[in-house]
Every structure is written in structure tokens, then in C-alpha cells.
Design a binder for this molecule. Structure first.
Ligand code: AOF
Ligand code: ZN
Length: 350
């Protein structure tokens, strides 16, 4: 790779090497339970030529800058590091990237997105104090898109909450006799099962666990394999008998005897979880809505009527239309015989 038209000089166009850094960053794992870290990519450019590349492979592994510096070796001296996230200025699971860049003799650092993590931020200042030139704001929007959940969590100190609904056209999630399994189609159920892998946790209430005995796993890890799917979280004070599928030892489960959604989210934030799937019944959904803690809705509506049964959500305080909780429809489409609607609390993404 060569950036011939723009040599490594002041006023250079850094968008193309940044695009390459973004491409590398996207190879890293998205934020889930096993990777609470952002996706980050880095290229080292010297005299218009890429002399080193790296990206972050997930929590506990070296950071993108360090991998790229190793790749560049001596060629990093006097070169420019183009990185998708502000280099960290802290010692977490690994050492500060600012010090690694300074020690390698990099003369300029080009950054797409500021690190919203208060513990790691300050990289720009540290680099400038050491006499390194810093260019910011190159392809910031694209970098943000790579790490929306991570950024949301850092800015709100809680994970983003997506509430999944699988209901009839008249808003019921179970029939009057409690059965719920055949509301949406087989295809929809398969689709919603698979999308669980993108979440750090699945949250349900004790009521749902007692009524349906769900397993809440995204996939079967297989014998002897460690499960890396979402953490199973059961919220509520009703007593759980042993033998429930959610309490088996295939995957970890966190039982939280509370009715406070904010406390649940704080506990998940503390575990490095940035995105949560709320699958609970009407009581839990109402508690999250009352606390204004539903950020997104992923609804599957089947062309089926029940006229009675368990509603998707119980009362959460809206007595008039003025008090209705209104969401913005982000998208909708076919899900086999059902319809999928995705809606957010704010106009995209926040
Ligand atoms: C970078 N480059 O490639 C990444 C950064 O526990 P650690 O040591 O992995 O630190 C995690 C924090 O470091 C993370 O929350 C974020 O602020 C930053 N991630 N920074 O300079 C990287 N992955
Ligand atoms: Zn770092």
C-alpha cells in the first residue's frame, strides 16, 4: 500500500490511511460479554508508505498501536501513527499506548475518535506534552459506528438496552393458559435465537423463568468448550426452584433479587457489558420503561389474534396519550410470516 499523491507532510490527507485503520479495526470482535473493549485499528505511515499495521483482537490482548509498532519495528521512528481511537493513557490489562508511541519515536498521531472511557482518556494531552503532533477528527463518524455500544456505555455508565418482543397483532406475548411458544413463526424464533450472540447479557424476570423455564443460551457450547455467549440474568425476588434450565451449568447465570432496573444495569456495566437484551415479561418490561431505560425495541409481530392473555408490557405509568412512550421507527421488514419493527428512544443512535 502506498499513498503516493500525499506524502507524509504537514497538511496531508489522512483519510485513506484512516480508512485502512478502520478496515483493520473491523476485524476485531464487537463488544460482547467476552470482549468489553472497543474495536481499534492502527497503521504506521512513513514517507507515504504503510510500514506497520495492527488491530485490537479483544480484551486482554495487546492494543492496536502496540501491534502496529511491533510490525513497523525501527521504521516507526519519525513516522505517523494513524489510529481509530485516541491512544489510551492508562494501564488496564495492558500498558499505555501513549508511552509506547512516544518510546518508538513516532512524530505524529492521527486520531478518528476520542476515547470516551474516562479511565483511559488523556492520550492527546500526553502525546502533545511529549512533543508529538496530534491530528484529530479524521473519519470520526465511521469510527463511532464501529463502537456504538462501547461509546454508549462509556457515556451513560450503563449498557444500551434492547427490548425484544414477540407478540400477536393485539399485543399479547402468551395466551391465557400461559403458552407462548407458537406465537411467532419457527423462522422468527430461529432468527431471534441467533441474534442473542451480539449481546453481553440476556435479562429476564423471575416470572418468565417460572412460567416458561427458558434456557437463555445463544448456542450450545459443545462438550468441554467454554461458553462465550451472553450472560444469563434473572431479575426479581420470587424464589427459584432448583432444576430450572437457566440454572444449569452450561453457561453462567446471575440471579439478582431486586426490582430496580438501574441497579441491574450498573451491575452489568461493572462486568464490562455494553449491550443488553431484555427478554423479560410484562412486569420487568414495565419496570424498565417506567425508569426510561429501554433504548431500543426489536419487535416481532405475528398476524395472530388472542383477545386475552399476557400483554407484552404491564402498566408503566402512562394514563393519557400524552404520557405514551413514543419511539422512532428505525426500520421494519418481513420475518417470514411475521413483521419485524426496530425502534429507538432517540433519533439514531443517541
Ligand atoms: C487503545 N488501543 O487498541 C484499545 C484501547 O484493559 P485494557 O488495557 O485492554 O484497556 C481497555 C481500555 O483501553 C478500553 O476501555 C479503551 O479505553 C482502551 N482501548 N485503546 O489505545 C486499543 N483497545
Ligand atoms: Zn492502548
Amino acid at each position: 500500500l502506498r499513498y503516493e499523491d500525499r506524502a507524509d507532510t504537514d497538511g496531508a490527507d489522512w483519510t485513506r490511511p484512516m480508512d485502512r485503520a478502520l478496515e483493520l479495526a473491523a476485524r476485531g470482535p464487537g463488544s460482547s460479554r467476552c470482549n468489553p473493549n472497543p474495536r481499534v485499528g492502527c497503521v504506521i505511515v512513513s514517507d507515504g508508505t504503510v510500514v506497520g499495521e495492527g488491530y485490537h483482537h479483544g480484551a486482554g490482548t495487546v492494543h492496536a498501536e502496540v501491534e502496529a509498532l511491533r510490525d513497523a519495528g525501527d521504521a516507526a521512528r519519525g513516522a505517523t501513527a494513524v489510529v481509530t481511537l485516541e491512544p489510551c493513557n492508562h494501564t488496564g490489562r495492558t500498558g499505555p499506548c501513549t508511552e509506547a508511541l512516544i518510546a518508538a519515536g513516532v512524530k505524529r498521531v492521527v486520531i478518528a475518535q476520542r476515547d470516551p472511557n474516562p479511565q483511559a482518556s488523556g492520550g492527546v494531552q500526553r502525546l502533545q506534552d511529549a512533543g508529538v503532533e496530534v491530528v484529530t477528527g479524521v473519519r470520526s463518524d465511521d469510527a463511532l459506528l464501529l463502537n456504538t455500544d462501547y461509546t454508549f456505555d462509556m457515556e451513560h455508565s450503563r449498557p444500551r438496552v434492547v427490548w425484544k418482543i414477540a407478540s400477536t397483532l393485539d399485543g399479547y406475548v402468551a395466551a391465557a393458559d400461559g403458552t407462548s411458544k407458537w406465537i411467532t413463526s419457527e423462522q422468527t424464533r430461529k432468527q431471534t435465537h441467533e441474534m442473542r450472540t451480539g449481546y453481553g447479557a440476556i435479562v429476564v424476570g423471575t416470572g418468565t423463568v417460572l412460567a416458561d423455564d427458558p434456557h437463555l443460551i445463544s448456542h450450545d457450547p459443545g462438550a468441554g468448550q467454554e461458553y462465550d455467549g451472553p450472560l444469563r440474568v434473572v431479575v426479581g425476588t420470587r424464589e427459584l426452584p432448583s432444576g430450572l434450565r437457566v440454572l444449569d451449568d452450561i453457561a453462567p447465570t446471575l440471579v439478582m433479587p431486586t426490582h430496580d432496573p438501574a441497579a441491574v444495569l450498573t451491575a452489568l456495566h461493572d462486568r464490562g457489558i455494553h449491550r443488553v437484551l431484555l427478554e423479560g415479561g410484562p412486569t420487568l418490561a414495565a419496570a424498565f420503561l417506567a425508569a426510561d431505560l429501554v433504548d431500543e425495541i426489536d419487535a416481532y409481530v405475528a398476524p395472530v389474534l388472542l383477545g386475552a392473555g399476557k400483554p407484552a408490557v404491564g402498566p408503566f405509568g402512562a394514563m393519557t396519550l400524552a404520557q405514551a412512550r413514543r419511539f422512532h421507527r428505525l426500520g421494519s421488514g418481513d420475518a417470514g410470516p411475521d413483521v419485524q419493527i426496530i425502534a429507538t428512544r432517540r433519533v439514531e443512535p443517541w
